[in-house]
Ligand binder design. Structure first.
Ligand code: ADP
Ligand code: MG
Length: 413
């Protein structure tokens, strides 16, 4: 009994380990994640049906439902359906025998029950997810036992089966869920670390380069102004000096913008609730939005205050809203800007119903020069990420290809 229990535990652990060892890098994460998971789960399901747990009372049971439940919860009904087909075909066509029809009916009835939870499950916190999966596993096997009850005598052996299968299902699911959630948390932590590291380097670099360039620019500017005052230069040639000065000013402007990546300027710091900046952004982008048949809607419900660099926040919001408008320029639509305060966080959501992004594209956001636009610079999102990170805030991206995108900035107060 203990031996077969351990064997079954190993069988369930196998896909988790295999995933961790072979498939847990970036490429698989975005390209092959669910297909690989489904394949591994199918293997583990078939193995657990082939090596069931034998109880001393003569009953046998196996853990085939656990991979199905996990895939259904994490991946939704599409992926779960593949596993369901594997389960049914293996059970009815290959194992066969007396219980085939019952197994078919039971699993078919169970399928919608499990997949129904998927959406809710994915919105939960990790801890609640672990509990919910445990409870679903418990009730799934309970349902099986109830369908079994009318066909066999309800003697002591049967009750042993009930106790064993209920506890095994519940605890195995909890343990596996714990491992899976741990893997997910590790992956997220690593991504976050890479992100921060990237912005750290960029801001260090841009600060030093911008400072170095600014000095010679200022000196050149001074000498050119002196030249302009000179009486020995004919008026015609003074025009050249005028153009040079103009271009120099532009270069200085660019350098200042670049400096904006690095550190907040003390003269721009304000203690405020973002209202002015959001309204400024809306007003300045109205003509641009109009040109692309986009309407801008603003909802403001925040009374929390935060200290921030006014210019950087304006630039940040402009970059985000401009991207939203540009994502809708083929179809038009509505750009929603919503600011709200809750507990000790200010939440700014910017939502468009434009072209959207795949998970892969989302992971590229904020990389310098990443742009899918013809005249894009790929610096807009970099600026957004670096500014929000400096404020210890986080950025959440929800996007679906063809449906639209929501950027949520969560800024601690
Ligand atoms: P740019 O706008 O110059 O291309 P950004 O850094 O602002 O550079 O954006 C980088 C890329 O991210 C864009 O080219 C686009 O592919 C993608 N992107 C950003 N925001 C959105 C959005 N709201 N909808 C769809 N794609 C977006
Ligand atoms: Mg942009």
């Amino acid at each position: 009994m203990l031996e077969s229990l351990l064997l079954n535990f190993l069988i369930l652990l196998l896909p988790v380990l295999a995933y961790l060892i072979f498939f847990e890098d970036r490429f698989y994460q975005y390209v092959l994640r669910m297909p690989v998971v489904v394949l591994l789960a199918a293997i583990s399901m078939v193995l657990s049906m082939s090596f069931p747990i034998h109880l001393e009372s003569g009953f046998i049971f196996d853990l085939r439902l656990i991979p199905l439940i996990m895939v259904a919860l994490y991946g939704g009904y599409k992926y779960a359906f593949i596993l369901y087909l594997v389960l049914i075909s293996y059970r009815c066509l290959i194992i066969g025998g007396d219980g085939s029809i019952q197994a078919f009916l039971y699993n078919t009835a169970l399928f919608p029950f499990i997949t129904l939870w998927s959406n809710k499950f994915r919105q939960l916190e990790p801890r609640s997810r672990i509990c919910l999966a445990g409870v679903i596993a418990f009730f799934s096997i309970l349902f099986y036992l109830i369908t079994l009850a009318p066909q066999i005598p309800l003697n002591q052996e049967f009750w042993l089966l009930v106790i064993h299968s209920l506890t095994t299902y519940f605890f195995m699911t909890i343990i596996l869920m714990f491992l899976i959630e741990k893997i997910i948390a590790n992956v997220k932590a690593r991504e976050a670390f890479l992100h921060t590291e990237r912005f750290h380097i960029i801001s260090e670099l841009s600060a030093s380069v911008a400072h170095e360039i600014r000095n010679p620019l200022t000196v050149t500017n001074g000498f050119l102004q002196l030249l302009r005052e000179s009486n020995e230069i004919p008026q015609k040639e003074k025009e050249y000096i005028h153009f040079s000065l103009q271009e120099l000013n532009r270069a200085e402007q660019i350098v200042s913008d670049f400096l904006a990546f690095s550190k907040p300027q003390s003269e721009n710091m304000v203690l405020s609730n973002f209202k002015e900046e959001v309204e400024y952004t809306k007003n300045i982008l109205l003509p641009y939005a109009h040109m692309h048949h986009v309407e801008i809607q603003l909802s403001f419900k925040n009374s929390l205050l935060k200290k921030y660099d006014k210019n950087q926040i304006q630039q940040c919001l402009i970059n985000l809203c401009k991207n939203g408008i540009e994502a809708m320029k083929e179809i038009g639509g509505t750009l929603m800007i919503a600011v709200s305060g809750r507990k000790n966080q200010i939440i700014i959501a910017i939502k468009d119903n434009g072209i959207g992004m795949t998970e892969d594209e989302i992971s590229w956001l904020g990389k310098p020069y990443y742009s899918t636009k013809k005249h894009g610079t790929g610096l807009g999102m970099l600026m957004v990420y670096s500014t929000i990170h400096k404020m210890k805030g986080t950025i959440k991206v929800d996007s679906e290809k063809g449906k639209g995108t929501t950027f949520t900035l969560i800024i601690p107060v």
